[in-house]
Design a protein around this ligand. Structure first.
Ligand code: LLP
Length: 463
């Protein structure tokens, strides 16, 4: 079915699809630990708290909407990834999920490396003290300027994404008198969706160099010949919000196959393999993500087994989780404004943000959950759609959810699992100001990215 059937907005008057996970929960006030950050709970008055601070206080001090990030949870998840993979592997946090200087410092302290994919992300990483050798530089269309900055800074690796880039990076490195460590990103013909994957010979997308038709082998041939490059490994990233490990299995099998061909042709055993990111998180109670230690065990076993079969030394593995580190650690706090019951359908609950702070629902049909945060309620369930304040009917934050029927303007509601790809994809649509990110830890809250102001808007608009 074509997605363009609803070019500017929602499916109108749709009811809950049959078999949908959503049924009114037994207890509307309950918080499913799966979707909420680690320290989130309700205090004795029923108010949602995080890091020991209640959301009414957060709203008063920082305003709404706001992304509230549980620093304890962020650090715990980062550490869990690091520990799970141990010293024989590297974890590169994918900065595209959410990047700020505070986050860079936490990552640095917790021993994670960082994947950046633009000059802006590189600058943020370097300015917060991430050692350049722990940075990987990604992107399918890096500019000459970005490449030069990355090489001059001394990034640990540049992930080459095309034949053109192999030549370009080699040339720039050589002209700077350097030899740049690089990986080649290959497309292995594995297309992963949330709950499934498709293995094909080809992948029809812009990233990487296909394994198919010997293209990746040719890329390796060229990279090995160029003086400006030190080829250290092969990179594969198969998708995002993945639950099924079998996609990684096929990818690892195909990448190890390439490593074997390289050994046979060139007598070189490349020392590294990067399996990318993409591990899924729970947005609703229906999702069942794997723990980092399970993922580490599965990936390590797959690569080790494939290498034994191919009689190769097992390369050093790296992974690039973004969403799985930061996604569950934050929620968005909104104030309820207009409430509009549509008889026989649902109630539209408008909040003071919307598609400018969370585009994922409109863009990917993503599902989210929501809870009344400023109090508990004994009222019955009300089928709701949480919408924003934008001039567009597709401006939906939570498509289908139950909220208490006594919900009123001025109540605070919270949407969990908004740590990844919400602030980082936020926009100024309708000149709505992007919300702050407030980090909470051990009873203290501080702004790590401040709220945009109207002065910020006018500063860019030079008139
Ligand atoms: N490594 C590479 C090379 C990537 O392209 C990505 C994500 C990651 C790692 C991190 O993937 P993660 O672990 O966060 O799934 N905006 C979309 C997601 C786009 C992901 C792009 N690449 C969303 O909101 O779902």
């Amino acid at each position: 079915m074509s997605r363009s059937a609803h070019p500017a907005g929602p499916r109108h008057a749709d009811v809950l699809p049959e078999g949908h996970y959503l049924a009114p929960p037994a207890d509307l006030n309950a918080l499913d630990a799966k979707v909420w950050a680690q320290t989130v709970t309700r205090n004795a008055d029923g108010v949602l708290t995080v890091g020991g601070i209640d959301v009414k206080r957060l709203a008063e001090e920082f305003g709404t909407p706001a992304y509230i990030l549980d620093e304890t949870d962020f650090r715990a998840r980062a550490r869990a990834w690091r520990t799970a993979f141990g010293n024989d592997a590297d974890v590169f946090y994918a900065g595209k999920a959410f990047l700020s200087r505070a986050v860079v410092r936490w990552l640095n302290e917790e021993g994670l490396n960082l994947d950046v994919c633009s000059g802006g992300e590189l600058t943020t990483a370097l300015s917060a003290g991430m050692p350049a050798e722990r940075i990987a530089f990604h992107g399918n269309n890096k500019s000459a300027d970005e490449i030069e900055r990355a090489i001059r800074a001394g990034v640990g690796r540049i992930v080459l994404d095309s034949f053109l880039e192999i030549a370009r990076v080699a040339h720039i490195a050589q002209s700077l008198g350097k030899r740049q460590r690089v990986q080649i990103r290959v497309t292995v013909g594995v297309e992963a969706h949330t709950h499934e994957f498709i293995a094909t010979a080809h992948e029809d997308q812009k990233f990487g160099i296909p394994l198919a038709d010997g293209q990746a082998a040719e890329a390796v041939r060229r990279a090995l010949q160029l003086e400006g490059l030190e080829l250290i490994g092969i990179h594969s990233h198969i998708g995002s919000q993945i639950f099924d490990m079998s996609g990684f299995e096929v990818a690892a099998h195909r990448v190890v196959g390439l490593l074997k061909d390289i050994r046979d042709e060139h007598g070189v055993e490349l020392p590294e393999i990067d399996l990318g990111g993409g591990l899924g998180i729970a947005y609703t109670s229906d999702d069942d993500p794997r723990e980092p230690h399970e993922i580490a065990k599965a990936l390590t076993e797959i690569v080790t087994r494939e290498c034994e079969t191919a009689k190769l030394r097992t390369p050093r593995i790296s992974v690039e989780p973004g969403r799985a580190v930061v996604g569950p650690t934050a929620f968005t706090l909104y104030e309820v404004g207009t409430i509009k019951p549509l008889d026989g359908l649902r109630t539209y609950v408008s909040v003071d943000g919307g598609m400018s702070d969370n585009i994922r629902t409109a863009l990917y049909d993503a599902e989210y959950s929501v809870a009344l945060a400023s109090r508990t309620s004994d009222a019955g369930p009300m089928l709701s759609r949480v919408v924003g304040k934008h001039c567009e009917s597709g401006d939906i934050v939570v498509r289908d959810a139950f909220l208490p029927a006594d919900l009123a303007p001025g109540d605070l509601i919270a949407v969990p699992a908004t740590g990844a790809y919400c602030r980082s994809m936020a926009s100024n649509y309708n000149h709505v100001l992007r919300p702050p990110v407030v980090a909470v830890k051990d009873g203290e809250a501080r702004v790590i990215v401040r709220r945009e102001t109207e002065e910020d808007l006018l500063r860019l608009d030079v008139g």
